[in-house]
Design a protein around this ligand. Structure first.
Ligand SMILES: NC(=O)c1ccc[n+]([C@@H]2O[C@H](COP(=O)([O-])OP(=O)(O)OC[C@H]3O[C@@H](n4cnc5c(N)ncnc54)[C@H](OP(=O)(O)O)[C@@H]3O)[C@@H](O)[C@H]2O)c1
Length: 258
């Protein structure tokens, strides 16, 4: 049996226009997945869908949507198009480089709404379909869900997300649905590039080189591999885990890069 095989599996990924979500979409499509891809960025999303179709995986659907507002339409379009849902990857999120005193409470509300509230709603809508398919959920969190980083509000959304994943794993296990978190450390994506000034980004890259045991930031395909593994049959006995993909940052105590 081929475990990392998504043939006939319908995989919904949010935030699939760029970064980790776009890479994971291409990665899982190459493993045979039929992809329902969601993003607010229509241009980027359509490019990813065209790339996937060009790679001989015709079954990719673009759903241009805002996860904070369009959850019902996202699930409805997926089910109308594919007739089923096997995997939900909650990846869309927003970041902020601000610390507690610099951030406005509206930053907090925006992040909680995008990084947490939208996932709770999408999960509730997806569960009846995942129950039918004996499917699973992968929540893209962060090492900041496990250990404190400098950016408190963002970390708070991810810590709450991890707690949600574990509670969901307990609640949905008897319904044959697994739920896991992938927790990356710094990965070079548009989120990373937009969140920091060029100077701060360079400082962080150098800090990763110096202090992470693997001596560099992560690559998108390394996060995709972890998402694909947890979403696949290879992980059939794994639920409720926080799977750090962090170059050893946590074990080396190198998460707080001040
Ligand atoms: N990059 C890192 O260092 C890092 C580290 C740890 C964890 N993560 C996590 O990994 C995940 C992906 O991060 P990334 O770095 O790949 O981010 P990214 O490059 O910013 O990509 C995220 C995508 O989500 C979209 N998006 C944002 N808000 C949305 C909404 N309300 N509805 C629909 N789509 C929305 C973004 O669109 P716009 O660009 O138009 O906003 C973007 O296309 C996130 O959960 C992030 O927290 C990233």
């Amino acid at each position: 049996m081929q475990f990392l095989d998504f043939t006939k599996k319908v995989v919904l990924i949010t935030g699939a226009a760029t970064g980790i979500g776009a890479n994971a979409a291409r990665y899982i499509a190459k493993l045979g997945g039929q992809m329902a891809l969601v993003d607010i960025n229509a241009t980027g999303l359509n490019e990813v869908v065209e790339q996937i179709k060009g790679d001989n995986s015709p079954n990719a659907l673009a759903i241009v949507a805002d996860v904070t507002e369009d959850s019902e339409r996202i699930i409805a379009e997926t089910i109308n198009h594919f007739g089923r849902l096997d995997v939900l990857v909650n990846n869309a999120a927003i970041g902020s480089e601000k610390n507690i005193m610099d951030a406005d409470i509206s930053d907090f509300d925006r992040m909680m709404n995008t990084n947490l509230r939208s996932i709770v709603i999408l999960t509730k809508l997806a569960v009846p379909h995942l129950e039918k398919s004996k499917g699973n959920i992968v929540n893209v969190s962060s090492i900041s869900g496990i250990v404190p980083v400098k950016y408190a509000f963002y970390g708070m959304t991810k810590a709450a997300l991890d707690q949600f994943s574990k509670s969901a794993a307990n609640e949905f296990g008897p319904r044959n649905i697994r739920v896991n978190s992938v927790n990356p450390s710094f990965v070079l994506t548009p989120m990373f590039e937009n969140a920091f000034t060029a100077e701060e980004a360079l400082r962080l890259k150098n800090k990763c080189k110096e202090r992470y045991p693997i001596g560099r930031m992560g690559r998108t395909e390394e996060i995709s591999a972890a998402i694909a593994f947890l979403a696949s049959e290879a992980a059939s006995f794994i639920t409720g885990v926080q799977f750090a993909v962090d170059g050893g940052a946590i074990s080396a105590g190198a998460h707080y890069l001040n």
